[in-house]
Design a protein around this ligand. Structure first.
Ligand SMILES: [Zn+2]
Length: 596
């Protein structure tokens, strides 16, 4: 293969033209209008009726599907109150947060203490999920803490650790955004059940919050109550199959959440109808598909911290490990003013592919970046190459013009996770453009002779990360062993990619050898870059630094003046480096064994 670009920009022009041509906005838009009449709390009858709208379409189109019914741990926030105590006591509107403690409607009282929020300017939307609270040595034991931002898991965890009685989160605007505050990813297990939040958490809007902060600064106290229904319940997980003709057992997983907050038009009905439309046109053109499409609609995303996708990852882990070429998440496409793809996630090996595909189909040059520990990325531990999480979005200028603060979906429309996420924030033309973008992205992987991913980009990312860590650990720890293993892997990858013939046909023995190696490289290199958990287990919903095994290097400077700390940092880095280098060695062996 002369150029890696031949691999990452492979296009089956005939199949792609037929599929893009068959996509229309009519079916998706009628499904939007139908689904937007429903409120889709995970595991409720109303949500089930919305699943029924998708299965009715699948039935009509003759697409086979399975409606799984796993039992998962789900939390519905129902009501919250808050009032200041004292002679001028005043009540404010409040919401509680999924997975926080229910006081079962009983008021709890405490002194209110204000800890300023730490969210800086210009941070990515995904970061709102993992930012913590900087207590700066202040004692919050037995107090109710008020701080700015959304009730993210990192913040609630910090308040729990500090012994706070409860947390009050001041949202940035007029609306109060719904959310979930547990750090437990998907369904809890015996190892992480203790991480379930044990404090009450409420959110208020900005004007209320400013008054409450004022109350805190004069040493005031408040009373608050929360009501949640948190329990194991059966949720729907819908998976449709469109079989390919050459390697039907191999597939791309296109997935998104169907549950949501309130009417959830932009988050995520647009995603649900996108997946349905891709399934419809793929099924019509199934004769031209080399591999298969698995289309999945999850419940439990909003109220079970990605419970549906996590259940699927657990239940079908070995099949995913063997056969899944890529997982493609579809969340919040088709929203108004979303003229860029600037908040788009992709694993590094997919950057070239994503850039080529989106530019070809939409004329917009995307800006992919490392996915935050969020969305339905429940597959990092298995090592699946993934791309997209959030979808098209407003430009920075468009947001600034409207004085919008960062949110986690709806193309940056601040109606996200509120009662106002309605059909008026959608855009038919943008939705049509985005559906075509997803269809082409999935098709190019489904039909590529060899999965169109560039692991040389991954190793380049590793090297840049390593340079940062080595600079931070200078004089304390030497990463020479990692550099040498990385050099060797680069050499092996260069040989592997150079030997791939330019005219391969999907499914031929040579193509299968190369494709299997691409999948195996992901299984080896993705977990060491995205997961600290053991294989097939899930990291918490807190940010994971790149090459997490080596991240203790960032503490090395401090350890120079503290011998005890130095010993701890060295032990962590020695073990972490071993895990990483062993993975790099295995990856190099994989590439060499598949060099044809
Ligand atoms: Zn969403």
């Amino acid at each position: 293969m002369a150029e890696l670009a031949t691999l990452t920009s492979y296009t089956d022009k005939t199949a792609e033209a037929a599929i893009l041509d068959a996509i229309s906005i009519d079916e998706p838009w009628s499904l939007v209008e139908e689904m937007v009449q429903t409120v889709r709390l995970s595991g409720t009858d109303e949500e089930r009726s919305a699943f029924g709208m998708i299965t009715a379409k699948l039935d009509a189109w003759g697409i086979p599907y399975t409606l799984h019914e796993p039992e998962c741990f789900i939390s519905h926030p129902l009501a919250a109150t808050v009032r200041t105590l004292g002679p001028d006591g005043k009540s404010y509107r409040a919401k509680t947060v999924a997975m926080s403690l229910s006081t079962d409607g009983q008021e709890i009282e405490g002194e209110l203490i204000y800890i300023p929020g730490t969210a800086g300017q210009g941070y990515k939307a995904g970061d709102i999920f993992s930012a913590g609270v900087n207590l700066q040595e202040r004692s919050i034991e037995g107090k109710i803490v008020i701080t700015e931002g959304m009730a993210a898991p990192g913040k609630v965890r910090d308040l729990m650790r500090g012994g706070a009685l409860a947390g009050v989160f001041v949202n940035p605007g007029q609306n109060i955004h719904e959310g979930i505050c547990t750090s437990i990813w998907g369904t809890p297990d015996l190892d992480n059940q203790g991480d379930q939040p044990t404090i009450a958490a409420i959110a208020v809007n900005n004007p209320s919050g400013l008054e409450l902060i004022e109350h805190a600064t004069i040493g005031g106290s408040i009373a608050l109550s929360t009501t949640l229904e948190t329990r194991w319940r059966t949720i729907p997980v819908l998976v449709a199959d469109v079989k390919g003709t050459v390697e039907p057992e191999k597939y791309v997983l296109l997935h998104g959440h169907l549950d949501g907050w309130h009417y959830g038009a932009g988050d995520n009905i647009t995603g649900d109808v996108t997946i349905a439309e891709v399934a419809r046109v793929f099924n019509e053109n199934r004769g031209s598909l080399k591999r298969s499409l698995k289309a999945a609609w999850w419940s439990g995303h909003s109220h079970g911290r990605y419970a549906g996708s996590t259940w699927f990852a657990d239940e079908f882990a070995i099949d995913l490990a063997h056969n899944c070429l890529a997982q493609v998440n579809c969340d919040s496409p088709g929203c108004r003013w979303a003229e860029t793809y600037n908040d788009l996630s992709a694993l590094t090996e997919a950057f070239d592919f994503v850039t080529a595909t989106i530019t070809d189909v939409t004329g917009i040059v995307p800006e992919p970046s490392r996915p935050p520990r969020a969305g339905d990325y429940s597959f990092n531990g298995i090592g699946l190459t993934g791309f997209y999480m959030l979808s098209s979005t407003m430009s920075e200028e468009a947001r600034a013009e409207r004085h919008y603060y960062p949110v986690g979906g709806c193309g940056a429309n601040i109606e996200w996770h509120t009662e106002d996420d309605l059909i008026h924030i959608l855009d038919r033309d943008i939705l049509l453009r985005d559906i075509k973008m997803y269809a082409a992205s999935v098709l190019r992987v489904v039909n590529a002779p060899v999965a169109p991913f560039n692991f040389r980009a991954t190793t380049a990312e590793f090297r840049a990360t390593l340079d940062t860590y080595q600079a931070a650990a200078e004089g304390v720890f030497d990463f020479g062993m990692t550099y040498r293993a990385l050099d060797d892997l680069d050499q092996a990858l260069d040989g592997f990619y150079a030997a791939i013939p330019a005219d391969l046909e999907a499914g031929t023995p040579e193509a299968v050898t190369c494709n299997d190696a691409q999948l195996r490289l992901g299984r080896i290199l993705i977990p060491v870059n995205y997961s600290r958990a053991e294989a097939f287990h899930h990291d918490p919903a807190l940010s994971v630094p790149p090459l997490p095994d080596l991240a203790p290097a960032m503490q090395a400077a401090h350890s120079k003046v503290d011998p005890a700390k130095r010993g701890l940092v060295r032990a962590s880095l020695t073990r972490g480096q071993n895990r990483l280098v062993w993975a790099l060695i295995q990856a190099a062996e994989t590439a060499r064994a598949a060099t044809i």
